[in-house]
Design a protein around this ligand. Structure first.
Ligand code: DX5
Ligand code: ZN
Length: 213
């Protein structure tokens, strides 16, 4: 069974609320909000104000994905503004374990995001509610899924079983409805989808119907 989390960055930035309503109408429970600083990735997306305002306009849970060189400067503000979970990258600067623990201490779910090719550190895995496995090099929506990501996902599923851990596995970037079915079948808990979901939400949700939580 799988949870679908639409990524609002893929929707028309002049009509974001329309994108939120589409997500709500398809009965999803969460929305993915990509935050990019132009340094950690070569794009600039949204800031804390968007999370604040989304929180006023929707009851969808807000999963904030920080693609920031210095996430520690912003986590508390995102929590105050209504984030339900925050993902920070292992590749960011600073003491990642400390930042994750700080998120937890503020009663917000925390996640470790990993870029393609990054091996997640076991001491960090044990701290998180979920791992956000990137299927693309982050920065832009509409990219193609990198096939080698499957190996990382399978290793994380094995590691979870072997060590009787409870973290969830979410996959972000390049997830089409066909791929989402494969991911559901191997034990992924959550998929984030921008381009494929918003291009045709009905087709996307219909093809996943029997796998939806
Ligand atoms: C990539 C972002 C993703 C992206 C997903 O940098 O983190 O969340 O918006 O969009 P698609 O599904 O189009 O790859
Ligand atoms: Zn993302």
């Amino acid at each position: 069974m799988i949870t679908v989390v639409p990524s609002i960055m893929s929707y028309d930035h002049c009509n974001l609320l329309q994108g939120v309503h589409i997500a709500e109408n398809y009965n999803v429970k969460r929305l993915h909000v990509d935050i990019m600083d132009g340094v950690f990735v070569k794009n600039i997306s949204f800031g804390p104000q968007l999370v604040h305002d989304l929180h006023q306009h929707t009851s969808l849970k807000l999963d904030v994905h920080l693609m920031l060189q210095h996430p520690e400067y912003f986590v508390e503000q995102f929590i105050e503004y209504g984030a339900d979970s925050i993902a920070i990258h292992q590749e960011s600067s600073g003491n990642i374990a400390k930042i994750l623990s700080n998120i937890k201490a503020h009663h917000c779910a925390c996640a470790l995001a990993i870029n393609p090719g990054t091996v997640p550190m076991t001491n960090l895995i044990s701290l998180v509610d979920y791992i956000l496995v990137m299927g693309v090099h982050p920065g832009f929506s509409g990219q193609k899924f990198i096939p080698d990501t499957m190996n990382t996902i399978k290793k994380l599923i094995e590691y979870r079983q072997k060590n009787e851990l409870n973290y969830q596995i979410a996959v972000d970037g390049g997830v089409t409805d066909e791929l989402a079915i494969q991911l559901a079948e191997i034990g992924v808990d959550t998929i984030v989808s921008g381009n494929s979901f918003f291009r045709s939400p009905q087709k996307f949700m219909q093809s996943l119907q029997q796998f939806l939580k």
